[in-house]
Design a protein around this ligand. Structure first.
Ligand code: NAP
Length: 322
């Protein structure tokens, strides 16, 4: 497994990571206890979770991850997140100093660890000044509870502002940003990835497999695979199984087939062809999926192949206002 630096930071992460939002949700305790060791055995070092995962059972993903990593803690990089809603009212969420100091302790306890490698702000908080958030994050780094900090779902201007504020204050800055990015969803190429790259940040794409559509297991006009994520949730069907996506997926499958490759190989390798992408944190529910995802990172796409992909799945044009 190749390791990459998280942007210009010294933190090394595996090119293929594991997104852990299935833990405690679609994947029960027993499944999680099998999946995490299998991932470590395959060379996966980056595990991405959040205090709010899984949906409806906040904290359970961190608990199961901490339990499954156990004594192998020093072999892995644990990335978690704060700022999403963790309780009723306005206090248990966001980026205030007060909440960060509480949230970090909760994550450390659930993860059964003394430190968090990458502590990410899950969403921007419009009600807290960014310098308050960054100073609090700098303090948890200085206290030894956190090694690096990152953000998620920030716009380009929010990324640039946060980095500038950290520079001005002479404190630790966000080392990475996380947002949705896949061959099918390329919007971040417009502002967010350029903003991250300009300041030496790494980028972690979420939904890199479009929740499974880019693995090739869903076919138009065929029964959907039993128990799979998109099959199980209407919201994913509405988001991903659109006429436009089917047309692109079918053309991408033809592109892969003529090269003896699979759609999954393309989904992972295409993301890794972007040097700002530090790790593809695909989610998985089975050890076989992990092995396939790791293998999928091997394809070195040529410039001509990348240009062909741009024609099949272009970045949509922006509307010009005259
Ligand atoms: P994803 O990686 O696009 O899709 C994961 C799903 O694809 C798995 O649950 C599995 O579905 C299927 N899959 C994976 N490997 C496969 C394979 N080799 N063959 C067949 N199917 C395969 O979506 P994601 O897991 O939601 O996103 C990745 C991570 O990003 C998350 O786990 C989370 O850590 C992070 N995330 C962050 C945010 C944020 O706001 N920062 C938002 C969303 C996600 P089945 O269930 O069908 O087996």
């Amino acid at each position: 497994m190749n390791l990459r630096n998280l942007g210009s930071s010294g933190l090394k992460v595996s090119a293929v990571g594991l997104g852990c939002n299935n833990l405690g949700g679609r994947l029960d305790r027993e499944g999680s206890q099998k999946l995490i060791p299998a991932a470590i055995d395959l060379g996966i070092t980056l595990f991405d979770t959040a205090d709010s995962y899984p949906v409806g059972r906040p904290g359970v993903s961190e608990e199961l991850l901490g339990e499954a990593v156990g004594a192998r803690r020093s072999d892995v990089v644990i990335a978690t997140k704060f700022a999403n809603v963790m309780g009723p009212g306005e206090m248990m969420r966001g980026g205030s100093r007060r909440w960060i100091m509480t949230a970090v302790e909760g994550s450390l306890r659930r993860l059964k660890t003394d430190w968090i490698d990458l502590y990410q702000m899950h969403f921007p908080d419009p009600h807290t000044p960014i310098d308050e958030t960054l100073r609090a994050l700098d303090d948890v780094i200085r206290a030894g509870k956190v090694r690096y900090i990152g953000c998620s779902n920030f716009s380009g201007w929010q990324i640039a502002t946060a980095r500038a504020v950290s520079r001005e204050l002479g404190i630790n800055a966000f080392a990475s940003d996380q947002d949705e990015y896949s061959i099918l969803v390329r919007e971040v190429e417009r502002e967010i990835i350029p903003a991250a790259r300009a300041d030496g940040m790494g980028f972690l794409p979420y939904f890199p497999l479009a929740s499974g559509l880019l693995t090739g297991k869903y076919k138009r006009n065929a029964p959907m695979p039993q128990g799979a994520r998109i099959t199980a949730a209407r919201i994913f069907q509405d988001n991903y199984l659109t006429e436009e996506n089917w047309q692109i997926v079918e053309r991408l499958e033809d592109f892969c087939e003529t090269r003896g490759k699979k759609l999954l190989d393309l989904a992972v390798s295409w993301l890794l062809a972007n040097p700002t992408v530090s790790s593809v944190i695909a989610g998985a529910t089975k050890a076989e999926q992990l092995a396939a995802n790791v293998k999928a990172a091997e394809w070195q796409l040529s410039a001509d192949e990348m240009a062909q992909i741009d024609r099949i799945s272009p970045l949509p044009k922006t509307k010009k206002i005259h």
